[in-house]
Write a protein that binds this ligand. Structure first.
Ligand code: ATP
Ligand code: MG
Ligand code: MG
Ligand code: MG
Length: 578
């Protein structure tokens, strides 16, 4: 500890709301570099390494091989699949000195597809499963909660390549099973929710949601049979006919005139008071489409969410919101207009508070078909994935949720109740969308070229570190489970007696020799109180103290989780602790 690069803090960081964020910063695991961007200190890296280790073991167990792609990626492959534009404000774009476009990878379907196309050409080469543990970049609308939603974060992303649909089914099942093992080993309480709609035609997508109130997903579950589904994201295929090519290249700038969900809600309460309660951002919204003319003559097409469960005069509402004239317009007319559509949505259908108040810009092609428009209303923050995230990669479009809390369970008599979760992993049977777009074909048994079918599977690695911390802490600090703890034993030497320090140093050496990782607090001038506080805060599962008891040849062993203390003879300590 006297040389370890760490500074513990007594105060919570001002910007931290959730326990994992507060404690990981206070205990010296991470430091904020910019919003949603963190530096990792030695303690943090050790935990990260352990979590990655668990993931690597389970990936190896299903025969997936590790590769590593760059984070700095060329525009062309993303152009070919339409995602360069579709990501909207959700990705970081940059130019090189020649003016060529690059992006920082938010997810790597394109690159994996092209690599396999580059090297493989026959059905004999497949099936193949490859993965990487890599830094991803997404310009999230609301980075929050420390590592839980970052703009730079680490993901384990795997991709499977098969010739047949049955092959894909097997690859998908293998990944799903591996994820069950990973999340069991990380000690999560989680639920696997279906995130797909019947309309998807055979492809499947499921999310692993850690049950936690700090999560941003809402799902419904049936206590009777275990059925669970995410109410926020239901994916349907992107219609082939969308006019991708003539879509506008850039998204409109936000203007200060643009009301947020908060101003919308404030106006609702001021102009359309409800009798039963206040409006919140969580009220179901439906879009009113139209054109606003600003005082300076500028016009803008809008899709504006208004509460769907009450009669609200949209024109009056928009007049209250905009310093201009709002002309509602039917969808077909609006769609035919080449300009961007500007939209606002509520954060979600359910829940009590407006947490995110996301506003988004979409271009007209995603308004194609009323589906998306209604989906955006219900999908809440997940419609951001539409434009910004990996969710888009699979099926592109989010449809209105098919299930709501209070609905009967599709399997029987049970009732669906709502709960909160945080998406830890996602398994996707992509099908042939990416292989089609990037022309990944192999020769089949008859020498005929066939398109490969793919799956894509993600685990949030840095999010997992935060989630483990979220589940394992108390008033004193972190309390890591043994398999991801930065060290096995935190050894504290107290007092000024040099015999104590000598005995502790020797014990540390012997434990290390026995294969135990020891964090030895050898700081000579730090009080026992401070040392104990630091040990509790850092959260190593076993705290061993060499101090006053040494005169009787005893050391104290404390379990960080239970608080239970035992006296052990120094001579037996190594045996006791290994
Ligand atoms: P979310 O719904 O939370 O935004 P996502 O659906 O956009 O996540 P995917 O594209 O499915 O995420 O990526 C795979 C995994 O990466 C997710 O299951 C999640 O664990 C993790 N992840 C996604 N976005 C972030 C982020 N901003 N910060 C940390 N981890 C993330
Ligand atoms: Mg997302
Ligand atoms: Mg996802
Ligand atoms: Mg998601």
């Amino acid at each position: 500890m006297s040389t370890l690069f760490v500074r513990t803090l007594r105060e919570d960081p001002a910007d931290a709301e959730v326990a994992s964020h507060k404690l990981l910063v206070r205990a010296g695991y991470i430091r904020r570099a910019a919003p949603g961007i963190y530096s990792w200190l030695p303690l943090g890296l050790r935990v990260l390494g352990k979590v990655e280790g668990i993931i690597r073991e389970e990936m190896a167990a299903i025969g997936s091989q590790e590769v590593h792609f760059p984070a700095l990626l060329p525009r062309e492959p993303y152009e070919a699949t339409g995602r360069w534009t579709e990501y909207g404000d959700g990705i970081f774009r940059l130019k090189d000195r020649k003016g060529d476009d690059y992006l920082l990878g938010p997810t790597h379907e394109e690159m994996f597809t092209l690599l396999v196309k580059d090297l493989y050409g026959s059905y004999k080469d497949l099936p193949l499963s490859i993965y990487q543990i890599q830094t991803k970049y997404r310009d999230e609308a609301r980075p929050r909660a420390g590592l839980l939603r970052g703009r730079e974060f680490i993901m384990k992303d795997s991709y499977s390549f098969d010739v047949t649909d049955e092959g894909l089914e097997k690859s998908y099942a293998a990944h799903r099973a591996a994820y069950v093992k990973i999340f069991d080993r990380l000690g999560f309480e989680y639920v696997i929710v279906s995130a797909h709609s019947g309309a998807m035609g055979g492809s499947a997508s499921e999310e692993f949601l850690a049950k936690t109130d700090v999560g941003e997903d809402t799902y419904v579950e049936c206590k009777a049979c275990g059925y669970a589904a995410n109410v926020e994201a239901v994916h349907v295929p992107v219609p082939e006919a969308l006019p991708y090519d003539d879509a506008p290249a850039a998204h409109a700038e936000d203007t200060p005139d643009t009301p947020t969900i908060d101003t919308l809600v404030a106006h609702l309460n001021a102009h359309f008071p409800r009798e039963d309660r206040q409006w919140t951002g969580a009220d179901t919204l439906k879009n009113v489409l139209g054109v606003v003319t600003y005082p300076d003559g500028r016009q803008e097409r809008l899709a504006i969410g208004v509460p769907g469960d009450r009669e609200v005069d949209a024109k009056r509402l928009e007049a209250a919101l905009y310093p201009g004239e709002f002309e509602p317009m039917d969808e077909a007319t609006l769609k035919s207009h080449p300009d961007l559509v500007r939209g606002y949505i509520g954060p979600e259908v359910l829940g009590e508070e407006s947490k995110t108040g996301i506003r988004y810009l979409v271009d007209p092609r995603v308004v194609e078909g009323s589906r998306w428009v209604s989906g955006a209303n219900v999908a809440g923050q997940h419609s951001i994935d539409l434009v910004a995230g990996r969710d888009f990669s699979a099926d592109g479009v989010i449809e209105a949720a098919e299930v709501r809390p209070g609905d009967p369970c599709p399997n029987g008599d049970g009732e669906l109740t709502a709960a909160r979760g945080m998406e830890m992993g996602h398994v996707f049977a992509l099908g042939r969308k990416f292989a089609d777009a990037l022309d990944l074909k192999v020769l089949d048994e008859n020498g005929k070229l066939v398109t490969v079918t793919m799956g894509s599977y993600g685990v949030g690695v840095t999010r997992a570190v935060a989630a483990v911390a979220e589940y394992n802490n108390d008033d004193l600090g972190l309390a890591w489970p043994r398999n991801v703890a930065p060290y096995d034993i935190h050894l504290v030497a107290t007092g000024k007696d040099s015999a104590v320090f000598e005995a502790a140093a020797k014990l540390a050496e012997e434990l290390e020799a026995a294969g135990i990782d020891v964090l030895y607090d050898d700081r000579p001038k730090v009080s026992p109180g401070v040392k104990f506080k630091d040990a509790e805060l850092i959260g190593v599962p076993t705290i061993v103290t060499v101090g006053k008891g040494l005169v009787e040849g005893k050391v104290e062993v404390k379990d960080r989780h239970s608080g239970e203390r035992t006296e052990v003879a120094l001579a037996d300590a190594v045996g006791h602790l290994t």
